[in-house]
Design a protein around this ligand. Structure first.
Ligand code: BYC
Length: 321
């Protein structure tokens, strides 16, 4: 049976079709998919915090409405992704426990503080821009529920990126102080945005296998390069400087050359020692505890409904013909 399943799995990948939850799959494939989808879901949920802090301080009603919609979208993304992980047999409560106990990761980018409203614009432009670069190829990822979730997520991320860029454009046509605020935010978020793509290929333990399984379609370095190439002209149009002295067009390669992020900092952030790690996890832990009664009530209601449905079925069955 495993032999047939394995052959079918290999054929699915060769034909560039999707692996579905009930199909046979290697244990390692299932584990990798649960790991990546869970980390992705956690990132969406934790990722609500940095911008969420600005909802009550948005400068106009229009900006507040946009920001509220964006942060709600991130919650939705987290929920589709937890559902996708559940199709592989993962338990949502267990995944949340692993997150709040520091046993599962979320994106390094959300461990930096949002100091001004310009950070909201820069997160939309750079962070959502990086997320789009990374996630558009994931729409062709080999695991069906993940690939399909990604299609909708990418559509929403495009709106997020546009709203960020539009906010920055507005600030850049404002006062000198507003322009400085934008530049300061760009300086702080540029390098962490490049780190979102993961470690350099030579230090990425999962890339080779994930590419062979067609979970990942490009390596971390390929996507990082794509992001830099896409972003430089946007920075020029905006009138901001990207804080990298080594950034230069390389005509021979047909790409921008750029400097190396501080990988020691990346490792520190992943190990839990970034500027905001402790706050992000403490907040998530509090939200989980505050929501416990809602989950208990929903579970009790579902149990009651299913008991009532069972009794109705039994009563129907006992009616003489
Ligand atoms: N941060 O072998 P590698 C959003 C981990 S949210 C933390 O290259 P892989 C948004 C990696 O997981 C969108 N950890 O791994 C939300 C692995 O961990 P393990 C977030 C990182 O998986 C709100 C280890 O390091 N996007 O858009 O082949 C507001 C070795 O790395 C990071 C996703 O989650 C990192 N930056 O490739 C605004 C995308 N990088 O094995 C916006 C989905 C690496 O120790 N994920 N690690 O458990 C992926 O595409 C891939 O998992 C990665 C890493 C490219 C991130």
């Amino acid at each position: 049976m495993t032999g047939d399943g394995e052959r079918a799995f290999t054929q699915t990948l060769e034909r560039d079709q999707r692996v579905e939850p009930r199909d046979w799959m290697p244990d390692g494939y299932r584990r990798t998919m649960i790991r990546q989808i869970a980390q992705h879901a956690h990132s969406e949920i934790i990722g609500m915090q940095p911008e969420g802090e600005w909802i009550t301080r948005a400068p106009t009603l229009r900006r507040k409405a946009i920001l509220l919609a964006k942060v709600q979208d991130e919650a939705g993304h987290g929920l589709y992704l937890y559902s996708a992980a559940e199709t592989l047999g993962a338990d949502r409560g267990d995944l949340t426990r692993r997150l709040i106990e520091g046993r599962q990761k979320y994106s390094s980018i959300f461990n930096y503080p949002t100091l001004t409203f310009a950070d909201v614009g820069v997160i939309g432009w750079l962070v959502d821009g990086a997320a789009i670069c990374n996630q558009v190829p994931l729409c062709r990822s080999s695991f069906g529920p993940y690939a399909r979730a990604m299609i909708r997520i990418c559509k929403e991320e495009s709106f997020h990126q546009r709203q960020g860029y539009e906010l920055l454009m507005t600030m850049m046509t404002g006062t000198p102080a507003q322009r400085e605020t934008v530049q300061d935010a760009v300086n702080r978020w540029w390098w962490p945005s490049l780190m979102m793509f993961g470690p350099p290929d030579a230090d990425s333990p999962n890339t080779a296998q994930s590419m062979a399984w067609k979970i990942k379609r490009h390596t971390n370095d390929e996507l990082r390069q794509r992001f830099v190439d896409m972003t430089v002209p946007q920075a020029q149009a905006l009138g901001v400087t990207l804080p990298d002295g080594e950034l230069a067009w390389n005509a021979e390669r047909g790409h921008y050359d750029f400097g190396a992020p501080d990988w020691a900092e990346f490792k520190r952030v992943l190990a839990g020692d970034g500027p905001m790690n402790a706050r992000r996890i403490a907040h998530r832990r509090r939200a989980d505890a505050d929501g416990a009664w809602v989950r208990e009530a929903a579970a009790a209601h579902a149990a009651k409904q299913s008991r009532a449905a069972g009794q109705a079925r039994a009563a129907e069955g006992s009616v003489p013909a």
